[in-house]
Design a protein around this ligand. Structure first.
Ligand SMILES: CC(C)(COP(=O)(O)OP(=O)(O)OC[C@H]1O[C@@H](n2cnc3c(N)ncnc32)[C@H](O)[C@@H]1OP(=O)(O)O)[C@@H](O)C(=O)NCCC(=O)NCCS
Length: 195
């Protein structure tokens, strides 16, 4: 499937009405709010996967990213984060992710998840701000199981269920960055593949 990922803009408007997904909230968000939130309200940026292989371009899936701050106390289930100071921990929130019903089960969900995580890791590694977590809110058991498949850990029971992925091991491997000298640093600064 020839796909390209693009930030949602006005040129995609004609494609929005055809998007199908079993979660009405995810369809409604894409059709009514995603563009406004990206361009006017500055609340979240949405990325769309455009399938141009069938002649007419089709919006095959999307995800939305924004920022988040996670209560430090809620991170207790993740022992690796126990040494962090007791204030809210910053992260990027994968606020929404959906694949068109007609092409579910063909790998696009993984592609979109990895694209969202890849953008997040780029920002964490090269951007002007620091943050520690990749966060998502699973709407139901199926979504929780999807995100768990990619290593996200649940912070609570019940739904929506906040789930987190610690970015540090993905950025530095398991190697502690050497901060003792200005020139110091881990040789292994490459982003590790997930899966
Ligand atoms: C969840 C959703 C995004 C998955 O998209 P998809 O294109 O069907 O998923 P993929 O085909 O890319 O599957 C990717 C991987 O996740 C696995 N997977 C898919 N759904 C899963 C689930 N419910 N539980 C566990 N694993 C799941 C697949 O087996 C596959 O594994 P592999 O790559 O290791 O072989 C899609 O089904 C969807 O839009 N669901 C409704 C909306 C939703 O729940 N969004 C997420 C929460 S907001």
């Amino acid at each position: 499937m020839p796909l390209r990922i693009e930030p949602l803009d006005r040129s995609h408007r004609p494609l929005l009405a055809d998007f199908q997904n079993p979660c009405p909230g995810l369809v409604d968000y894409l059709r009514r709010y995603a563009l406004r939130h990206a361009e006017k309200d500055l609340l979240a940026r949405t990325y769309v996967a455009i399938d141009s292989g069938t002649g007419m371009p089709r919006l095959a899936g999307y995800f939305s990213l924004t920022t988040v701050s996670v209560e430090r106390g809620s991170l207790a289930p993740l022992p690796d984060l126990n040494r962090l100071p007791r204030f809210p921990i910053p992260g990027i929130l994968l606020a929404r992710l959906a694949v068109d019903t007609r092409i579910r089960g063909q790998g696009l969900g993984r592609y979109l998840f990895e694209e969202a995580l890849g953008l997040t890791l780029q920002l964490a590694q090269n951007g002007p701000v620091a943050f520690r977590l990749f966060v998502t809110d699973a709407l139901d058991a199926e979504a929780q199981s999807f995100y768990a498949h990619f290593g996200c850990a649940p912070l609570s029971e019940g739904f929506p269920c906040r789930m987190v992925l610690d970015l540090r091991p993905l950025l530095w491997g398991q190697t502690e960055p050497d901060t003792r000298t200005a020139a110091g640093g881990s040789d292994d600064s490459s982003i590790q593949p997930i899966g």
